[in-house]
Write a protein that binds this ligand. Sequence first.
Ligand code: KG4
Ligand code: ZN
Length: 329
Amino acid sequence: MKSLLLAIESSCDDSSLAIIDINTFECVFEQKISQESQHACFGGVVPELAARLHAKALPDILAKTKPFLKDLVAVSATNTPGLSVSLLSGICMAKTLSMLLDIPLIGTNHLIGHVYSLFLDKKEDFSNLGVLLVSGGHTMVINMSEKNPIVLSKSLDDSFGESFDKSAKLLGFSYPGGEKIQALALKARLKNIKFTLPMLRNKSFDYSFSGLKNQVRLKVQEQPLSEELKAEIAYAFEEAATEHIIYKLKKLLQTTNFKSFGVVGGAAANLKLRFKLEALCKEYSLKLHLAPLSHCSDNALMIARAAISQYHKKDFSSFKEELLFKGNI
Ligand code: KG4
Ligand code: ZN
């Protein structure tokens, strides 16, 4: 008989469930229903709509997990950070399962879940590990080698992914914009536009992307927008956004003793960023861990994997607890 853990991810616009073997990390069930297309026309995620779509999608997916329910030893749901009404959909489902099946309930941090996307099918190794988390909601470098994760740097305004989304919108594309900017940038023939890197004279290791988005806005307004010009702007933006990450990270790495470095989060799918991080890690003799492209964006498997570690530490919650937003990063 297997010992299985079911995890629910519903922090934003993806409804996802995964079931994993707590001993072998084998994934026996995984499904995700993305709400991207329903939010696209609004230019971003609408919380009320997201909650209504989760209320439909999560039970639909759960119905398919029936054959595994008898072998469940724990249930987990993302409980922070995220949109409260979205998180609550998953938390309520997890609490109900925990109560009915009489199994432990685990509240899992979404950001730590992303970090575990580096270790989906293996034991985690956090010794001397730094992680860059780039998503639609967050941009941060985390030191994972301490007892509690420490945020070493972060964005002071827009996140890396959000700046792609906003720049894409300025160029006439719907949400989410990351992949669209990446594809458009590849079509640029001329590379004459250069955007100024943010916070060059600022000594902090933090990031800022809102000024970059404004440089895109000014360029878009400047002249009639041909397809070639759009591609050139996308190229210049992607180049500057990734260079900003690398420039600050280089400075930060000089103050750490990391031996390995990982990149996770939806925007970790950006190929230019991955290439630049490869070069940087080579220069600093760091072992690079890349989140698999299949599990960069929000998914329940990373939550399940993180929850296994909590299971072994008996980091359980009661279904009577509020659970929403409980956590420290
Ligand atoms: O982690 P995620 O799925 O959701 C959050 O927790 O935010 O990340 C979604 C973000 C969006 O902003 C999306 O535009 C961005 O990741 N993204 C990308 C790429 N693919 C997705 N950004 C840049 N380049 C990409 N290839
Ligand atoms: Zn995420």
